[in-house]
Ligand binder design. Structure first.
Ligand code: PBG
Length: 326
């Protein structure tokens, strides 16, 4: 028989051959680890829907940071859980708010670690929305002022990067102007440019106690059915001065990651969100999947889709597995 075909298997013969032709690599440097810091004392509360992830008070933050640093993770993303919430989310922009204090603590003990502050109001407002409300509306322009105050107070506390996740229009322009005016022209903005109104945020809202008390976020976060709109969102944030773009959630939106990567020349992060993490953990705890292989395949797939950075609750595990591979 004289058959004509291509022998793709030549390049798959051995581990070393496969390593030689491997196109994408996950690195510990790519990983950003989210941490939930809670106001109060001696709090180390595991989030029931997110095994392995905790609400931590400042007195437990150091042990967490020691672990993060020992694993070689260089960036953390901070979310705050205040003791008191109110209509205007005052604890978000209080100079001694929980994220501000956690930032000071981390920068004092681990100056080289990059602290990224999530800039939003939903963890701090009694109604759970990401901006100010009037009736059943979330106000855009009035919310911007409070978000600018939040970003500036985070920068004052020592945050290295500001990451606004609120999805108000104009937040990048407003925050850039506010930071510049306060003398923080060198602090980059990592914009949650493309953020969908997703059910995958469910476990996060347990963790941050930030479920909207009425309605939903569909009037400010994006419709999961839309693709062109993602490019419009990314474009406006780039024009407004964003230094990084984020696409969120991760797994079901890899097409969007590739689109944004192809169109814009900014470092691109993907947010592998809480619900994605919970699904993997639940299946792993049932013994239905091989957690390590699934997580590494997912994170590598995100790199292949085109992101440069990955915000993930799996960061510590992934960093450990990457270390073991060497
Ligand atoms: C704040 C914010 C949310 C997440 C990150 N920043 C929640 C939301 O928009 O409801 C979700 C992250 C996750 O699910 O892991 N607006």
């Amino acid at each position: 028989m004289d058959l004509q075909f291509t022998r793709h298997r030549r390049l798959r013969q051995s581990a070393n051959m496969r390593a030689l032709v491997r196109e994408n690599h996950l690195r510990t440097d790519d990983l950003i680890y989210p941490i939930f810091v809670a106001e109060g004392n001696d709090i180390k509360r595991e989030i029931s829907s997110m095994p392995g992830i905790y609400n931590l008070s400042l007195d437990h933050l150091e042990e967490e940071m020691n672990e993060v640093v020992a694993l070689g993770i260089k960036s953390v993303l901070l979310f705050g859980i205040p003791l008191e919430k109110d209509e205007c989310g005052q604890q978000a922009y209080h100079d001694h708010g929980i994220v501000q204090e956690a930032t000071r603590l981390i920068k004092a003990k681990y100056p080289e670690v990059l602290v990224i502050a999530d800039t939003c109001l939903c963890e701090y407002t009694s109604h759970g929305h990401c901006g100010l409300i009037e009736g059943d509306q979330v106000l855009n322009d009035a919310s911007l002022e409070l978000l600018v105050q939040t970003a500036v107070s985070q920068a004052k506390a020592g945050a290295d990067i500001i990451a606004p996740s609120n999805m108000m229009d104009g937040f990048v322009t407003a925050i850039r102007a506010g930071l510049d005016e306060a003398g923080f022209e060198n602090i980059p903005i990592m914009s949650y440019a493309v953020k969908y109104a997703s059910a995958f945020y469910g476990p996060f809202r347990d963790a941050a106690d930030s479920t909207p008390q009425f309605g939903d976020r569909k009037a400010y976060q994006m419709d999961p059915a839309n693709r062109m709109e993602a490019l419009r969102e990314a474009e406006s944030d780039l024009m407004e001065g964003a230094d990084f773009l984020i696409v969120k959630p991760g797994m079901p939106y890899l097409d969007i990651v590739r689109d944004v990567k192809n169109h814009f020349n900014l470092p691109l992060a993907i947010y592998n969100v809480s619900g994605e993490y919970s699904m993997v953990k639940a299946a792993a705890q049932n013994g239905w999947i091989d957690e390590q292989r699934i997580v590494m395949e997912m994170l590598t797939g995100m790199k292949r889709a085109g992101c440069d950075l990955i915000i993930t609750y799996h960061a510590k595990d992934a960093a450990r597995w990457l270390k073991e591979q060497i």
